[in-house]
Design a protein around this ligand. Structure first.
Ligand code: PEP
Ligand code: MG
Length: 757
């Protein structure tokens, strides 16, 4: 059974669109369960109907035309109860509704199970039997398993099938498909999708109109000829060592390549309006699918050979060096399965309006770079139909992590209004740049910038940051192919320290592991966020740690504005050990004649154990910095990068707020400054709560500085304290957010709430 299930899921995964996916589902399930009918109804909540979207057994002409209004029929009972319904004679059920168009008068036995994805009922999967028949328990279990497995595939196909390739050439498509992802960088971007894809990845190749049909066909033929020669050479080279039946494999490859059906199909698609690489992807997938559906395991395996050939032809097409890519659209939205920092850098800044990637998280390179450049970004949009997005209009909502594909006029207009308001707001905030972040009742809260790349130091300087509150040193480590040496590191740190002197710069020691891997220092763990990361690695490798500490201190020679920060502290002994190594590095340098002062040492409070021991930690160091990104993740047990549980990740959860409050109080009891440097610090709504807690400074991405400053300059600390008292007793993050937003609105700062909503 598992094998059957796996094969169906695999087949559905390879379907070109939703319709095709559903057709496969109903056909296979009917076969496997020996039923007379299998149908899928999908729920349309706008029109309040369950629409028959696929059937094997009922009248095929009814597909798409027949529906049950929500509340009607036994299908609705399944959707309402979210449970299977197993009836030996469906017409006897009081809610049964007869639908003539489907020809269903002949059927009695009924088994319906809900298709549920992330708690949402997507539809109902139904099997019917002519005779009266109660389905057996294992059959019900099979259908439930099938529906659960298929829910993800249907959700994905629903998203990817939203764009119909036939309609690609500029005409309208299914308007308003919404793709959910993670908010990577704030802002709204409206523009045209431009798909970037890595080389030799056939599935990532987008559809694209050919610049010149004849040239595409010539390039295709040349690529196929090259691969033919390659295969022949490989066959000859290794053929002598093979038995006849193994040699036959190479002959089969040659036959496939020579087959007119392959070449003709690709050429036909080029003529129909796709470039060679896109036409190749479509053809190879289609032919591989034919093999994948075969019963005979040997023949099924051949699908792999076809895909292998496809990749080889693609490599040749790509290596001819022709840049068939159209020029970047005037308003480019960069889209890809995985967008790297270098891909992002390739697009001229004046044309880049947003970035969307299927992978990644808020802390991935691309999101950090996008924030530094002030470009809205959505990352981790796992259902992105990259192959079919090129040239389509997109609205990217970098606040909520949403992408609207071919938006309706209503959506586009609403976002254009938001973008205009945003521009007015930003222009209005410009004037705040040189004013201090001071509350109306006279409390100064220095605002610092988070950084990690030299490229975002300049915007931080001009954006009014009063220093760097968090310099993530892992980024210079991540963009190299080996550990940077002491002098190399010194130069990098010196640039930042010099740029901001005499203002403070907090350099955090290496925080790799977790979701920040170093390609040249691989760590394979089942549970990397609870594994070898941050201070654990550097204490285990004093040779790496000491080099970094020396480089940091040497970089500060004559400036005196360096602060050191230790990440991922979970034990007091780690603070003591790190302190010993800092002292040792300092002594070595001073005795070598370097002109440096001992930098203040701080600890990041970003795991629950550090919250509970924050007073003992504060006693040992000079300042505390609360890393709310990790603290939220570890307190709520929600992976900060997992799109599936992103709805549960909220730094305004009352438990997180209580923890932060406790840390600030503990730090102050020891007379130490306590700041916040996680993303939360850049949220004006959260800033009110932090202000009420008595936070000493905030550090955020530079794009967030003006908004937070505006909030601070307009909210009295005493008022923030009153709001905080109420917030700390609330039940959930949503109530907290509502109250804080209302506070901003009452203070006349509604613009901050709307733009940041
Ligand atoms: C944090 O965890 O809040 C933090 C600032 O560090 P990072 O995002 O680099 O883990
Ligand atoms: Mg962290």
């Amino acid at each position: 059974m598992l094998d059957v299930l796996r094969r169906i899921v695999q087949e559905v995964g390879g379907a070109r669109d939703l319709e095709h996916a559903l057709t496969i589902i109903v056909k296979r399930i009917k076969q496997v369960m020996a039923a007379d009918v299998c149908s899928v109804y999908l729920s349309d909540y706008t029109l309040q109907r369950h629409v028959l979207m696929a059937t094997d057994g009922l009248n095929p002409a009814a597909v798409g035309h027949v529906w049950l209004t929500m509340g009607e029929g036994v299908v609705s009972v399944v959707a309402e109860t979210a449970e299977p319904l197993n009836l030996d004679n469906a017409p006897d059920h009081p809610r049964y509704r007869f639908v003539a168009e489907t020809g269903e008068e002949y059927y009695h036995g009924f088994l319906g199970v809900p298709i549920i994805h992330h708690r949402r009922i997507l539809g109902v999967l139904v099997v019917r039997q002519r005779d009266s028949r109660k389905f057996a328990e294992d059959e019900v279990a099979f259908l439930v398993t099938m529906a659960a497995q298929l829910a993800g595939a249907i959700a994905h196909a629903e998203a990817s099938g939203g764009v119909n390739p036939v309609q690609r050439a500029g005409t309208s498509t299914v308007a308003g498909t919404i793709l959910e992802g993670l908010a990577g960088a704030p802002g709204v971007g409206i523009g045209t999708a431009f798909v970037m894809y890595p080389p030799a990845d056939l599935d990532a190749v987008p559809d694209r109109p050919p610049a010149n049909v004849d040239a595409e066909i010539i390039a295709l033929k040349a690529a196929v000829a090259t691969v033919q020669a390659e295969i022949q050479m490989l066959g000859e080279r290794i053929g002598a060592h093979l038995r006849a039946e193994e040699r036959a494999l190479f002959d089969a490859y040659s036959l496939m390549l020579n087959s007119e059906s392959l070449m003709d199909a690709v050429v036909e698609r080029i003529r129909a309006g796709n470039w060679a690489s896109g036409a190749l992807r479509e053809t190879i997938n289609e032919q591989a699918r034919v093999f994948e559906q075969m019963e005979e395991p040997y023949l099924r395996e051949r699908a792999q050979d076809i895909r292998d050939l496809g990749r080889r032809i693609l490599v040749c097409l790509q290596s001819t060096g022709r840049r068939s890519a159209p020029p970047y659209p005037e308003r480019t939205i960069l889209v890809g399965e995985e967008i790297s920092a270098t891909m992002l850098a390739e697009v001229p800044r004046e044309k880049l309006v947003a970035v969307v990637s299927a992978s990644g998280s808020r802390s991935s390179h691309v999101a950090i770079l996008a924030r530094a450049l002030g470009v809205p970004a959505v990352v981790g949009a796992t259902d992105l139909p990259t192959g079919r997005m090129e040239g389509h209009e997109l609205v990217v909502d970098g606040y909520r992590g949403r992408v609207f594909l071919d938006p309706s006029d209503v959506v586009r207009n609403e976002y254009m209004r938001l973008a205009r308001e945003e521009a007015v707001l930003v222009a209005g905030l410009e004037g705040l740049k040189d004013l201090p972040a001071e509350t109306p009742d006279g409390v100064r809260i220095p605002l610092y910038a988070n950084s990690g790349l030299i490229s975002d130091v300049a915007p931080s300087l001009t954006g009014g940051a009063e220093g760097i509150g968090l310099y993530r040193t892992e980024f210079p480590f991540m963009i190299r192919d080996r550990f940077p040496g002491e002098e190399e590191q010194r130069r990098i740190y010196r640039q930042v320290l010099e740029a901001f002197a005499p203002r403070p710069v907090v350099l955090r020691t290496l925080d790799v592991g977790g979701d920040k891997p170093l390609s040249y220092f691989p760590i394979t763990e089942d549970n990397p966020f609870l594994g070898w990361r941050g201070i654990r690695i550097t204490l285990d490798h004093p040779e790496i740690f000491l080099v970094q500490l020396r480089a940091m201190m040497r970089a500060s020679a004559g400036l005196g504005n360096l602060r050191l920060l230790l990440p991922m502290i979970t034990q007091l002994s780690e603070v003591d050990e790190a302190r010993r190594l800092v002292d040792r590095a300092y002594q070595e340098l001073v005795s070598g004649g370097e002109n440096i002062v001992m930098p203040p040492l701080g600890v990041m409070i970003e795991v629950p154990s550090a919250v509970y021991q924050s007073e003992q930690i504060a006693r040992r160091v000079d300042f505390l910095s609360i890393g709310t990104n990790d603290l939220t993740q570890y307190l709520l047990a929600v992976d900060r990068n997992n799109a599936r549980v992103a709805g549960l990740y909220d730094a305004l959860h009352p438990a997180v707020l209580c923890a932060i409050n406790q840390v600030i109080e503990a730090g102050h009891r020891q007379g130490k400054l306590v700041g916040v440097c996680g993303e939360m610090a850049g949220d004006p709504v959260a800033a009110i709560a932090l202000l009420g807690m008595g936070v000493d400074h905030l550090s955020m991405s530079v794009a967030s500085l003006p908004r937070v400053k505006w909030a601070i300059r307009n909210i009295r600390r005493d008022d923030a304290k009153i709001v905080l008292a109420e917030v700390l007793g609330m039940d959930d993050a949503a109530s907290v957010r509502n109250l804080l937003e209302k506070t901003l609105e009452d203070a006349g700062l509604g613009g901050l709430v709307r733009a940041g909503a």
